[in-house]
Design a protein around this ligand. Structure first.
Ligand code: ATP
Length: 275
């Protein structure tokens, strides 16, 4: 049935200022995803063909999903409700021959009916892998279906596809040709400055957030951390500070009676959380 084709309700409100270290991509993506969805007449009157699909490539936890959701939120805030469909590549594959193709067709039909729409394919390498000899026929058929569906979208850009992958070399080359996923953004692990920005994002709503010096110091230490790691670090540090201030919560049975107030998260908590 079509029950699982419903667009995802984006209840959380993700602002672009909650995404650290990717500001140059945000503007390009707005231009390629958000403007065509909102102002199709503009593109039509200048005969500009907006991209049909963009590919976000990079290691896990670097903000690919985050940025896709922020684009959908931004469009909705601008007054246009954008339907957001999210699929994981491997989930579209199914054990029944032909079922994956059928699901894809339904998805595209639904997205067109509810346009403007964004279809976000996470881990698209799972859906359209380089055709391996063993499963060649199955993948051939799924990739062909996806290509046909993309080619069949009208060029006014009211349905935009965003694909995400951490293995760009594992994607069928046909998907990366002009008119398909023809713009690529390489998300790398955040550099020192970006890490400080991400630490700021995940601590700035704290009652007593860390100082800029501390964030910079931590950022310099966290070489190799992705955005998701930095978020986890902030959570872990806060939990450690809480545990230290309220050990009773962990030892007493009447923990709910203890008056729990604010904690100050210190450098030592971050450092402990790192090890
Ligand atoms: P995956 O390939 O695993 O899906 P992804 O690149 O899509 O990874 P996200 O799901 O966007 O990663 O990131 C997970 C979480 O990590 C986000 O919800 C966010 O809280 C945090 N995060 C990741 N990157 C950033 C960033 N650049 N700025 C702020 N937070 C980030």
């Amino acid at each position: 049935g079509g029950a699982d084709i419903q667009p995802l309700q984006i209840n959380e409100n993700i602002n672009f200022d909650e995404i650290g270290g990717l500001s140059e991509y945000i503007n390009d993506l707005k231009e390629m995803v958000f403007f065509p969805l909102l102002y199709p007449e503009f593109f039509a009157s200048y005969s500009i063909t907006p991209p049909r699909g963009v590919l976000l490539c990079g290691p896990p936890g670097t903000g690919k999903t985050l940025i896709a959701r922020a684009l959908a939120c931004a469009a909705s805030k601008a007054g246009q409700k954008v339907s957001f469909y999210m699929r994981k590549g491997a989930d579209v594959l199914s054990k029944w021959v032909g079922e994956a193709e059928r699901q894809l067709k339904l998805l595209f039909e639904e997205a067109q009916r509810n346009q403007p729409s964004i279809i976000f394919f996470d881990e698209i390498d799972g859906l359209a892998p380089v055709r391996s000899s063993k499963q060649e026929q199955i993948h051939n058929s799924i990739v062909s279906t996806l290509l046909a569906l993309m080619d069949g979208l009208d060029s006014r850009g009211q349905v935009v596809l965003i694909g995400a992958t951490n293995r760009v070399d594992a994607i069928d080359g046909a998907l990366r040709r002009p008119g398909r996923f023809d713009r690529e953004f390489n998300f790398s692990l955040p550099g020192c400055e970006a890490r400080a920005e991400i630490l700021d994002i995940h601590t700035r709503k704290w009652k007593d957030p860390p100082t800029r010096e501390l964030k910079e110091e931590l950022a310099a230490t966290c070489v190799g951390y992705c955005g998701a790691d930095l978020k986890a670090l902030c959570t872990e540090a806060a939990i450690r500070a809480f545990r230290e201030k309220y050990p009773q919560v962990y030892t007493s049975d009447d923990k709910f009676a203890i008056d729990v107030g604010l904690v100050k998260v210190e450098k030592s908590h971050f450092v402990e959380a790192m090890s």
